[in-house]
Design a protein around this ligand. Structure first.
Ligand code: NAP
Ligand code: G4F
Length: 354
């Protein structure tokens, strides 16, 4: 139990990811002490949290990072005992659906068994310390897979990738640990959410990034896979608020978080290129390499439960989201162009592989 006047303490796995960075910002703004789990990497992987990083030597720092990995139970246990969190947000995952077909075992080990490791560590920590801990588990609309839209909490799961199967396992570990041990575990079933911080190999960011570079003459084509799939795309900043709200509710539950509006990948492409006054058909080429062995055709969420019980609703519309991402990537492309024109040898960040 936290002493009166002390800030609440949150532990976030996956803090270096898109959602982790927005959630950390959100919790810091609410006055939380935030602890994040980061993986050791040979290059910096903290770009998304650079702007909120605080030197641990400063008084009242309030933001701390710990090396850890969902594949390393001993380290997780140590972090729990050191941090003594009030709330744990499990966002860490190998989160790319297409990659999960190439690295199925690794994906299962991180997404399914990794979640189990964390829950087991938490179970023991709660038992030994006597402390209450509220836990958020990052579930996905991919779990619905081939179930027809609209999907809500009562829709059967029909996963279509190793990633989705692993998320279903993690979801059921959450339900089971809630029922077996009385742990406060909330499963968020979040539909696709994007932002200027979205990983560059997810389709939305791949499109806004490439279209911006095409507009400025830095590249002249964009290779994509299946344009016919429909997704319910929202803004990541809105969705992290829902994660927090789930843990403020008196009872743990499972919640769909979605906008209730679906668009095809082709519609996303058309809107982006139209905003840039370009004809997408002149630049977009289909490369079967980006097709998935089994696809999820249509995701459209019904988030009535979250809207009623958590008073959550999305604030950013589809078009606002596209414009936000495009403005960011246009600015990046402008900076790249300026450097090139000044004679600097500049490579685009990363390789367009995904
Ligand atoms: P993301 O940008 O891919 O971030 C994933 C995070 O997990 C990164 O911080 C990554 O660290 C970390 N990670 C990966 N493997 C790990 C491991 N073995 N141990 C510890 N950390 C590990 O994903 P996101 O979009 O923020 O999504 C957050 C969570 O929500 C994920 O669980 C994802 O599956 C789920 N989700 C996302 C969406 C969406 O539309 N964004 C929708 C539904 C559910 P590095 O930075 O070192 O790679
Ligand atoms: O952007 P995507 O890779 O996201 P996907 O597969 O929907 O998964 C994302 O959302 C899930 C929630 O529903 C999360 F759980 C998961 O972690 C991740 O964040 O692909 C969206 C659609 C797919 O139908 C894909 O086949 O876009 C299609 N697509 C077409 N061309 C492409 C491409 N996807 C990618 N990544 N790259 C392409 O070139």
């Amino acid at each position: 139990m936290r002493m009166a006047g002390k800030p609440k303490r949150a532990l976030v796995t996956g803090i270096t990811g898109q959602d982790g960075s927005y959630l950390a910002e959100f919790l810091l703004n609410k006055g939380y002490e935030v602890h994040g789990v980061i993986r050791r990497a040979s290059t910096f992987n903290t770009e998304r949290i650079q702007h909120i990083y605080r030197d641990p030597h400063d008084d009242n720092c309030g933001f701390f990072l710990h090396y850890g990995d969902l594949n390393d139970a001993t380290g997780l246990r140590r972090i729990l005992h050191r941090v003594k969190p009030d709330e744990v947000y499990n966002l860490a995952a190998q989160s790319h659906v297409k990659v999960s077909f190439e690295q199925a075992e690794y994906t299962a080990d991180t997404v399914a068994t990794g979640t189990l490791r964390l829950f087991e560590s938490l179970r023991d920590y709660i038992d030994v310390s006597g402390c209450q801990v509220k836990i958020y588990q990052a579930g996905s609309s991919e779990m619905f897979g081939a179930s027809p839209p609209p999907q809500n909490e009562d829709t059967p799961f029909y996963p279509r990738s190793p990633y989705a199967v692993s998320k279903v396992a993690a979801y059921w570990y959450g339900v089971n640990y809630r029922e077996a041990y009385g742990m406060f575990i909330a499963n968020g079933i979040l539909f696709n959410h994007e932002s200027p911080r979205r990983g560059e190999t997810f389709v939305t960011r791949k499109i806004t990034r490439a279209a911006s570079r095409i507009k400025l003459g830095l590249q002249n084509e964009l290779f994509l896979g299946n344009l016919a799939a429909f997704r319910d795309w929202g803004f990541a900043g809105d969705y992290v608020e829902a994660m927090w709200l789930m843990l403020q509710h008196e009872k743990p539950g499972d919640y769909v978080i979605a906008t209730g509006e679906a668009h095809s990948v082709q519609e996303f492409v058309e809107l982006v290129f139209n905003l840039l006054e370009l004809n997408w058909r002149d630049y977009v080429k289909i490369d079967p390499r980006y097709f998935r062995p089994s696809e999820v055709d249509y995701l459209l969420g019904d988030s009535t439960r979250a809207r009623n019980l958590l008073q959550w609703k999305p604030r950013v519309s589809f078009e606002q989201l596209v414009r936000m991402m495009l403005n960011h990537d246009l600015e990046m492309a402008r900076q790249e162009k300026t450097l090139r024109e000044a004679g600097h040898k500049v490579e685009p960040r990363g390789v367009p592989f995904g």
